[in-house]
Design a protein around this ligand. Structure first.
Ligand SMILES: [Zn+2]
Length: 258
């Protein structure tokens, strides 16, 4: 086994745990309209500031035995679980990238950000700008080492503009908001990261995934089919699939269509 490959696994696992730690803050504060930076980490019960070594992902919670150092109020286990999940997903990105650093960075972003996308969109029907606009900025920045900045810009314009127009037309027909602007920004980010063609494939995969889950769920729970549904998690899940397999899927489509 190549030592640099093992190094990448470890590096991205640690990075994933750190992202998980930030996502804990994001998931709690963003739907409540609280600042992400101020105040710093503190106990929600006694407001005691959390020392830096107690803030280390996963380990901090273990050192404290799951209780606030000051007031001994228990700290929910969901916090280290989110950090652990981030660590596992970071590790998974590095394994899937097979030693390719740029591929690893891109997969890391696409896979790890699924945590806040799932946690926030399912509950609040919202997508945080940190993830959606962050994705556009990230995609453009990383494009210099992957698809090229021009393809990235075209991806942003085609995906963002296309989905925005589509949602505008649907809204007119349905006479209500068909799709949140968060989905449009998220999709523009996928265009920035992997270009219009692969991002387009992720939109198709995402729509199929959403249909496959939502329709049986609504029928089983007898929920109103017209009530709003989150599309972000399905689109988000489709993105790494499309990034990994999209070219094979496109080849198959062209083969059968042309
Ligand atoms: Zn406390």
């Amino acid at each position: 086994m190549d030592i640099t490959v093992i190094f990448l696994w470890a590096l991205f696992a640690v990075l994933g745990a750190c992202f998980g730690s930030f996502f804990n803050v994001l998931i709690y504060r963003m739907p409540r309209n609280l600042s992400l930076v101020k105040p710093g980490s503190h106990c929600p019960n006694c407001k005691h500031k959390i020392a830096i070594w107690h803030n280390i992902p996963i380990l901090g919670w273990l050192i404290l035995g799951g209780r606030c150092a000051n007031c001994k109020e228990s700290i929910p286990i969901k916090y280290p679980i989110v950090e652990f999940l981030g660590m596992m997903l970071g590790f998974l990105s590095a394994v899937l990238a097979e030693g390719d650093l740029i591929k690893c960075i891109i997969l890391f972003w696409l896979i790890v950000t699924l945590i806040p996308i799932f946690a926030i969109d399912f509950k609040y029907l919202l997508l945080p700008d940190t993830i959606t606009i962050g994705g556009i900025v990230f995609g453009f920045a990383v494009s210099f080492w992957s698809i090229g900045w021009l393809n990235s810009l075209i991806g942003i314009a085609v995906c963002g503009g296309g989905l925005f127009l589509f949602s505008l037309i649907c809204s007119k027909i349905l006479k209500k908001e068909a799709m949140g602007f968060g989905d449009v920004k998220l999709f523009a980010g996928f265009g920035a990261i992997m270009g219009a063609e692969l991002a387009g494939t992720s939109l198709i995969i995402g729509a199929l995934l959403a249909l496959a889950v939502i329709v049986p769920y609504r029928l089983l729970t007898k929920k109103d089919m017209k009530s709003p549904l989150p599309f972000g998690p399905f689109l988000g899940l489709a993105a790494p699939i499309s990034y990994m397999l999209g070219n094979d899927i496109l080849d198959l489509l062209y083969f059968y269509l042309l």
